[in-house]
Design a protein around this ligand. Sequence first.
Ligand code: FUB
Length: 340
Amino acid sequence: KATNKAETTTTEATDKKAFLSEPLVKEIYTADPSAHVFNGKIYVYPSHDIDAGIPDNDNGDQYAMRDYRVLSMDSVGGKVTVHDVALDIKDVPWAGRQMWAPDAAYHNGTYYLYFPVKDKQDIFHLGVATSSSPTGPFKAQPEPIKGSFSMDPAVFKDTDGTYYMYFGGIWGGQLQRWSTGEYNPKDEYPADDQPALMPKVARLTKDMLQFDGPVKDVQILDNTGKPLLTGDNERRFFEAAWMHKYNGKYYFSYSTGDTHYIAYGIGDSPTGPFTYQGVILNPVLGWTNHHSIVEHKGKWYLFYHDASLSGGKNHLRSVKVTELKHRPDGTIEAITAYRP
Ligand code: FUB
């Protein structure tokens, strides 16, 4: 069994270098990489970080992104192309500010870009935009997805063809304002000894534009079957949900936020519950930690970001990639990508 102590496994390479890998691109800042393989090629849907001159705060006002640009490559290690603007905030009729971590999906000849942005009342919702090309330009739907809230959408296609969206993030991502199902502007959290706020999951409709049925909690349990607690900051969910399937099991991974790990749980169903297993990625340079996991040409990769290129500015990050290894028992080798 994997342990939740991240230090236990490191790759040889991490012992030799302060940073495990180089930014994929240096001409712009990119973060929150959602990687997918479409037609045999890797496409990465990142946030496009900019410096809007806003001081850091716990609500993340400094993350004031205004558009998305897609990265593509034939394979890991190959040339990376930065494509033109895929979607601009000015072309999303309901958007106010802060285009945060997006994701994408392909279905029946159309590419879908899913994105969180605050509306004009400063409340996060999830939007969707469509294109005939994986790199856009994408055309936004006039309204957010009905019943959507908070941020960090991640869309997963199960092997039976059903699509699920995972989402949610606390503090600046506002998940704590939706615990009754209605928006409550007060930030209220369960007590430390109560089950933590859970990420959300919903099935997508056949046209990929709405939720098909109710939004449900994603349960993350400890190894005795009890939900992780609010006070368990080392292990409980904060933001950056991702799903991958390996050997018939579902791997739900996420950032623990203020403790800066990418952690994961394994389950038998795409909607959970997931039993906490351990750490995938130790803290990187910069406050946030956000990743995706994808298989290409028989290898598994972890796309992640850090703030190395900007010299440690939390809101100016760069996407990186490294190989990820599943052990024979299905657990994942923890990666240390940065040694101070
Ligand atoms: O990039 C803005 C926010 O920072 C993302 O939505 C979070 O996951 C964190 O990486």
